[in-house]
Design a binder for this molecule. Structure first.
Ligand code: URP
Ligand code: ZN
Ligand code: ZN
Length: 451
């Protein structure tokens, strides 16, 4: 064996138990009460610690051209930060260009990711153009192991209702999974113009131009269409209470509607937009009221939210400042890739959810829903993507301790109870007690299958 993690408590979505974990050639090869170290095996002592599957962040935007610039973390910086927060795989959004075959989109982004990624990665293709036969790219991507896609109902590159419907139909035909960013574009545009013409320009009006019902209405519409087509649907970054209710209702009726939320919606409320640094929190959908935040936690406990992912899309302070006098000029997105697992595990440590639930939301469910079966669990045969977590280590998040290239974080000053001490990516140590010890280009493209 190459590595033996001894004396820890293994936590999977399905339960916890004390065991040693043996790793060889990047895979977990043995789980037993006691594994005797042999040969040159490295030994990591996890006495008093939890041994967890690495998190899978199902929603990142690395090196993404957006909002008049490019998001601050490229594939190296983003995955370096991921590793340091216990995340061992990311699903990044590969944005299709107009007139571009979707398989070419994947190749173009993989050429950027492969030499840089420090942990494993895969893609969802963000669909923009299905004209002139480009819709067939959905089936072609399924065949090359990229079976998940996203449509945006907002932004200037968002799809029309008709295109969204066609994409759902093609997904049903090919076995793909469609994710949706649900907000009502027309209402957002109308409110934005109205507020700006009235001289209401602060970050608070970002929230008011996209309040609860703007997201809820789009959630409901997207769910209705998925039901009509008979296709599964994954709602990304769900942030509002009525949307949660719509998801719960559809699931109770037996429809395969999946929901993701993000740590920022579980921690913050729209009050952040009243702060002096409110523009740093501008993301879409925006943080909502406390009732929505509470509804998200309830849905997590009830099992109506499947995954927690970050929507990591940070921009530098100077870029956020473009919107000092006009909220519509603030590039949308925040950092979170290094904070998700510590935050959700801290919630478990505080008794808000169980550790098993945190693992289910951040590792097991993303692996299952997006079809990467070699990850998401500490089990024989799985990739040795492993986090050793110290439940008594106190940690205050500050920018200087983060490993992103972004110059600020919305998580500044937030305290978490418990913290990862080591992260292994396919058996290789990539994070050790505050330091990144991995390497550029170590991460591999993971091909997925929903069959
Ligand atoms: O504000 C956000 N969420 N930025 C990233 C793009 C998106 O909408 O997912
Ligand atoms: Zn989105
Ligand atoms: Zn996003």
């Amino acid at each position: 064996m190459d590595l033996i993690i001894k004396n820890g408590t293994v936590v999977n979505a399905g339960g916890s138990f004390r065991a040693d974990v043996g790793v060889k050639d990047g895979k977990i090869v043995c789980i037993a009460e006691c594994i005797e170290p042999t040969g040159g095996a490295k030994v990591a002592d996890a006495e008093g610690k939890l041994v967890l599957p690495g998190a899978i962040d199902a929603h990142t935007h690395l090196a993404m051209p957006f909002g008049g610039t490019v998001s601050a973390d490229d594939y190296f910086a983003g995955t370096r930060a991921a590793a340091c927060g216990g995340t061992t795989m990311v699903f990044d959004f590969a944005m299709q260009d107009f007139n571009e075959k979707m398989t070419d989109t994947v190749k173009r982004r993989d050429a950027m990711a492969a030499p840089n990624a420090a942990v494993d990665y895969s893609f969802h293709v963000a669909v923009k153009d299905v004209s002139n036969g480009l819709i067939d790219g959905i089936g072609e991507c399924v065949d090359i192991g990229i079976p998940s896609f996203k449509v945006f109902m907002v932004y200037d590159f968002g799809v029309t209702d008709g295109v969204f419907f066609q994409v759902l139909q093609k997904a049903k035909e090919t076995g793909a999974l469609i994710a949706v960013h649900a907000e009502n574009n027309e209402l957002v545009k109308m409110f934005t113009q109205q507020f700006l013409s009235e001289g209401k320009t602060s970050a608070w009006y970002h929230y008011l131009s996209r309040p609860e019902f703007v997201e809820a209405e789009a959630d409901q519409r997207a769910i209705e269409w998925a039901k009509a087509v008979g296709a599964p649907l994954y709602i990304v970054h769900l942030a509002n209470k009525q949307g949660v209710e719509a998801v719960t209702k559809a699931r109770d009726e037996g429809y395969p509607i999946y929901a993701e939320t993000c740590p920022q919606y579980l921690e913050f409320t729209c009050d952040v937009y009243k702060r002096e640094d409110g523009r740093n929190f501008v993301c879409s959908p925006p943080m909502k009221g406390a009732e929505s935040r509470d509804a998200l936690w309830e849905a997590i406990r009830r099992g109506d939210i499947d995954t927690v992912a970050t929507d990591h899309c940070p921009f530098q302070q100077a870029e956020k400042d473009w919107g000092k006098d006009d909220f519509s000029k603030i590039p949308n997105g925040c950092a979170g890739i290094e904070n998700m697992y510590p935050y959700m595990l801290s919630a478990a440590n505080e008794g808000r959810i169980t550790f098993e639930k945190a693992v289910e939301l951040c590792a097991a469910n993303p692996a299952r829903i997006f079809g990467c079966r070699q990850k998401g669990e500490i089990a024989v045969g799985k990739d040795a993507d492993i986090v050793i977590y110290d439940p008594v280590k106190e940690f205050t998040i500050t920018q200087d301790k983060m490993h992103s290239d972004c110059d600020h974080t919305v998580w500044e000053g937030v305290k978490v109870h418990g913290y990862p001490v080591q992260t292994y990516s396919r058996g290789r140590l990539v994070y050790d007690n505050g330091a990144f010890v991995g390497e550029k280009g170590w991460g591999k493209l993971v091909r997925c299958s929903l069959k």
